[in-house]
Design a protein around this ligand. Sequence first.
Ligand SMILES: *Cc1c(COP(=O)(O)O)cnc(C)c1O
Length: 383
Amino acid sequence: MPSDTPDRKVPFVDLRAQFETIKTDVHAEINAVLERGDFILGNSVAEFESEMADFCETARAVGVDSGTSALELALMALDIGGGDEVITAANTFIATTLAISYVGAVPVLVEMDPDTFQIDPARIEAAITERTRAIMPVHLYGHPADMDPILEIAQRHDLRVIEDASQAHGARYKGRRVGGLGDVGVFSLYPAKNLGAYGDAGVIVTNEDAIADKLLLLRNYGSTVKYHHDIKGFNRRLDTLQAAVLRVKLRHLDDWNAARRGHAEAYGKLLQGHAGTVKVPQIAPYAEPVFHLYVIRTEKRDRLQEHLAARGISTVIHYPIPIHMQPAYADLEHPPGAFPITEEYCSRILSLPMYAELTSDDIDYVAAAVSEFARDAETSTVG
Ligand SMILES: *Cc1c(COP(=O)(O)O)cnc(C)c1O
């Protein structure tokens, strides 16, 4: 350990700090499930689904056991499978493409818009073939993808649109909640997401009853009436205890997202003097983002990460290796250089601490450490 090990620590996320603020309600909701004993598809699941649908301004919501399951079941509910192609962002988390692969379809990657980090709608049409069945935009880092041109392309080519909103619970596109903009919207409810359970969970929203009804079958052995099985469904149900936790958290989500936006604004102001060295995230005019992540860019990224770590500040890279360069996707046969923007960004991006409970002192401390590094980089010509 270096002798100047700081006593000050800023973690990347702090789930305990959030728990402290909702403890009483969480205990009460969990206790109510324990008292009822309705552990499988209990009351809390239906209540969470109805509240989540309201929140997303959609007709229906169906809870499942993870975000990855939610993506896979959404594809199945739209009858997408073997031989089909699904267009998605080259710079997403790998779960997006894994779900496409699970159903036997092929993920077709499209490069990002370098300003927003979101799938570039201008590059989508070139990726469409006679096998394309759907476009799966990802609202990465909590910033919405540019949905209007995506929906327009989908309509023109008769494609489905599945939003991977796993990082964007509550974000708005031109005033409307993400998730309800396409045919189906999918949310991971992994603990560290803006809306997170205390374990694995996921939820799918849609305005189409036929899709929601199919999802109810798919998640529960192909059955809605006990021991009557219409299709070969799975066991992918949302756990009742997780639904109970999620109901408590959903009530706070808009406030937590507003706090994240405030933190992002503060970071942006404190770092604006170093725009040549450290690029902060931009917000598109159409977007009300929710800053699941606050991702900056700098050329000496690894050294900045070390500099921050030495000052007790935890950071993460989302994501260090693009999907097309992962061994798992060697079968796509994309050579290095196939997605140059995505590849370049991988070596420059760094996610700073971001969660609702960050204090303004924490933000000042992190920004001061980043600024100190930037000043040094600006005055030195070495390395
Ligand atoms: C977290 C995440 C997922 C996967 O969700 P799990 O709940 O971990 O299965 C899928 N897509 C994106 C973009 C994510 O961030």
